[in-house]
Design a protein. Structure first.
Length: 404
């Protein structure tokens, strides 16, 4: 498995540990419970002193950050005072009341409402003009079928029964052959259509979301690529993966903009386009993200949109603005009002929650074999997530999902 993919997986599991388990201070380190047995592991963590270690078998074998180190990293904030002393602040877990009645109703009626709302947004897809030859299946029906297939998590063959039910309910004109769905998934013209539908499904929550966060995460594939390992001086096969970059709201976890890449692409350059797409439909007041998005251009762009960027600065960064007023402003905010800054910054954990929602419900890998189909499949996962979020808010907030 690729190193980046391993770290992404450990980071997600570390987030789950930080949210669900009790992590306690133990002298100079931390005691983190195991998820698989009753054991606990000693974690030593210091970002400034660059000390990170864990007594778990995973770290002892690979010597890379394990999920227990990530769990401690997520709850501990380190600062250096004027005397050069490192101090640690522990983030307290905040619990929120769950409207269980709304949750129960949303889950009970989810599939029924999902199919209706999916049909609603797909009905707006224009059908290509017919010229000659064999009549093609309706494009709206094929997008509906592909999205419903991803929602069901079934294979194409097992999914055929769901299409028959959709036909009986008048949601599609004709039940397509399962191979036709796979064929359409490989169509690059489908990619911008799905992206547009993701934006459309976020619109019912424009009056609710004002604070947003940005992050990226990988989805595994069945493809392998050649990679030259300089350490061992030979070529190795590593698993290819699709990387999703997205902006989501912090209250409902609705995805407002998304971009897909294959493999390693630096996160920084995707912020401008994704934030600007979000600002076209939402009133953006805050944007939070990790250090990967820290650049003068990104902070200034967010400031120009009338929002405040809560993106921490890398170690060794100076307050020199080089023409960016927002960079200088936020640098001093970060340095002299750090605790207040971090209260806003920690909203970025909602992006990790969003990815966890998508992966736990629709899978953390894709079944498609070609790059185009893999990109479309991940986009469809995001589309399905958005519709599920809207369904939940229909019961919890009483919103009307006008999408057409």
């Amino acid at each position: 498995m690729q190193a980046q993919e391993l770290l992404e997986s450990r980071k997600e599991r570390g987030l789950n540990i930080a949210k669900t388990c009790k992590i306690t201070k133990n002298g100079k380190g931390w005691l983190v419970p195991s998820q698989s047995n009753g054991a606990t592991y000693d974690v030593e963590f210091s970002e400034f002193e660059q000390k990170q270690s864990c007594t778990c078998p995973d770290y002892q074998y690979r010597k890379i950050k394990c999920k227990h180190i990530f769990a401690v990293e997520l709850i501990v904030t380190e600062e250096i005072d004027s005397q050069g002393t490192v101090t640690q602040t522990v983030t307290k877990k905040v619990s929120y009341a769950q409207d269980w009645q709304a949750y129960d109703h949303a889950q009970i009626h989810q599939k029924e409402l999902f199919m209706q709302l999916l049909w609603d947004v797909c009905s707006s897809i224009p059908q290509p003009e017919y010229t000659f030859g064999r009549p093609k299946l309706l494009l709206s029906d094929m997008v509906f079928a592909a999205a419903l297939k991803v929602f069901s998590t079934f294979s194409l063959r097992r999914f055929t029964t769901d299409m028959k039910i959709a036909k009986e309910n008048g949601l599609i004109e004709k039940v397509p052959h399962y191979s036709s769905i796979a064929y359409y998934m490989e169509n690059p013209e489908l990619t911008p259509i799905i992206k547009e539908l993701i934006i459309v499904t976020s619109l019912p929550l424009t009056s609710i979301e004002t604070d947003f966060t940005i992050d990226s995460s990988g989805f595994g594939t069945s493809r392998f690529v050649k990679w030259f390992d300089h350490k061992y001086g030979k070529e190795v096969d590593i698993r290819a993966w699709v990387k999703a970059h997205l902006v989501c709201g912090i209250k409902t976890n609705i995805v407002t903009a998304v971009e897909l890449t294959m493999g390693n692409e630096h996160d920084t350059k995707f912020l401008p386009e994704l934030v600007m797409q979000t600002a076209q439909n939402f009133t953006v007041k805050e944007v939070s993200g990790d250090k990967a998005y820290s650049s003068r251009k990104n902070l200034q762009l967010i400031g120009d949109l009338g929002a405040t960027p809560y993106i921490p600065f890398r170690k060794g960064t100076t307050g020199k603005s080089h023409g960016s007023v927002m960079w200088k402003k936020m640098y001093h905010y970060f340095e002299y009002r750090n605790e207040e800054f971090l209260e806003h910054y920690h909203k970025r954990s909602n992006a990790e929650t969003t990815f966890h929602m998508i992966k736990s419900k629709f899978g953390d890998s894709v079944r498609s074999k070609t790059e185009v189909a893999q990109v479309n499949e991940v986009l469809l996962k995001v589309l399905c997530h958005n519709i599920c979020v809207v369904i939940h808010e229909m019961f919890e907030l009483g919103i009307e999902p006008f999408m057409t």
